[in-house]
Design a protein around this ligand. Structure first.
Ligand code: AMP
Ligand code: MG
Length: 340
């Protein structure tokens, strides 16, 4: 199959809508990462996403809408707290899990009785949903297991020949996937940190529970609230090892390694001049938004540097830093070295 890479204009947006209505896949830009979209109400179309990505079928998808009113068709109940979150943060980088209606195919929910819904703020994403005239189920548009795509080129590199159309809406601004919160149970629970922080959410609906899987490793036999948590994720070719320390011990540790061949660093801007190995920087030490914006591109850049081990700075677990930590710890397969 030939893959068309197109800028958003009247023709390409119309084509995107036609393909989606016909049950085909289209990669779309969003403010979080690029999504691989299909008609969320057509189980056969949804199945194609799992095939193109190589995604395990038990990992459910997020349904993308372009107006809050579209929620009612998709849910059995629109809980008060969900409504407050939607009114405050949509359109934006937060996905809300609610009890699902029988209109949502099991391919989307992976057989759960809940559905994850998001209203993205990227105008091109909204235009594509409107052009299709249907809600779109979309996971990140990468091959399963590789870093999520934050540019159309990342998508092209992973999925060329497997999908008919990629709409290039520029670099994703947030750079990590949406915050996922479930309000389907008694206590609202954070399942994945993202661009909207715990503090922002608690300001609107009060105290929330943070699922253990956000910062800890879940073994593959445990039943988890969000199936995506248990899979290996965001893995570049090199092994990533996180080095946990506050100051320059990170630099000293790397520079003191006896054999520095094929060793690299995923560091902060402040470290660059002091390191004597090749590096990619995530941005300034305290600038969590910038670190999130750069993370996945940095992992893909490291792939091109012929490295076998990369020592990474350990992101702080505060604000959007929690989202960076959650992704990086997975790309490191939870391998952390602590230095005092
Ligand atoms: P992705 O689309 O690749 O960003 O992943 C979507 C994330 O949302 C995965 O971690 C899924 O496990 C999670 N998710 C989607 N729908 C549900 C649901 N109904 N219940 C719990 N988690 C969900
Ligand atoms: Mg993904």
């Amino acid at each position: 199959m030939e893959t068309i890479l197109a800028k958003p204009d009247e023709n390409s947006l119309k084509l995107a809508g036609q393909l989606l209505r016909a049950g085909e896949l289209v990669a779309i830009p969003t403010e979080t990462v690029y999504g691989l979209a299909s008609n969320a109400l057509d189980g056969k179309a949804v199945e194609k996403i799992f095939k193109a990505k190589g995604r395990p079928m038990d990992n459910p998808l997020i349904v993308h809408i372009s107006d809050i009113s579209q929620v009612y068709d998709l849910v059995r109940e629109f809980p008060e707290k969900a409504r407050k979150l939607a009114e405050t943060f949509w359109p934006g980088a937060i996905t809300i899990i609610m009890p699902c209606s029988d209109k949502v195919p099991k391919e989307v929910t992976a057989g759960l009785d809940t559905v994850a819904i998001r209203f993205p703020s990227h105008t091109v994403a909204q235009q594509i949903i409107n052009s299709a005239g249907i809600p779109l189920s979309a996971p990140s548009a990468n091959l399963s297991g590789s870093p999520s795509p934050t540019s159309a080129l990342h998508v092209y590199n992973d999925l060329q020949g497997k999908i008919p159309l990629i709409i290039d809406g520029g670099e994703s601004e947030v750079g990590v996937e949406s915050t996922v919160i479930s309000v389907a149970g008694d206590i609202p629970t954070l399942l994945r940190p993202g661009g909207i922080t715990v503090e922002q959410i608690e300001n609107v609906i009060g105290k929330i529970h943070i699922d253990k899987g956000v910062v800890e490793q879940i073994d593959s036999h445990t039943v988890v609230a969000s199936p995506g948590m248990k899979y290996k994720h965001y893995s570049p070719k090199a092994d990533i090892i996180i080095v946990k320390c506050d100051g320059d011990e990170y630099i000293d540790y790397i520079n003191a390694l006896k054999n520095r061949e094929h060793i690299g660093a995923l560091c902060y801007d402040e470290d660059r001049e002091k390191l004597c190995v090749p590096y990619v920087s995530l941005g300034k030490k305290k600038d969590y938004l910038m670190q999130a914006h750069h993370l996945f591109n940095a992992l893909r850049q490291l792939d091109e540097m012929n490295l076998h081990t990369v020592y990474a700075r350990c992101p702080k677990k505060e604000g959007v830093g929690l989202a960076v930590y959650n992704r990086l710890i997975r790309s490191a397969g939870f391998e952390v070295i602590e230095i005092d």
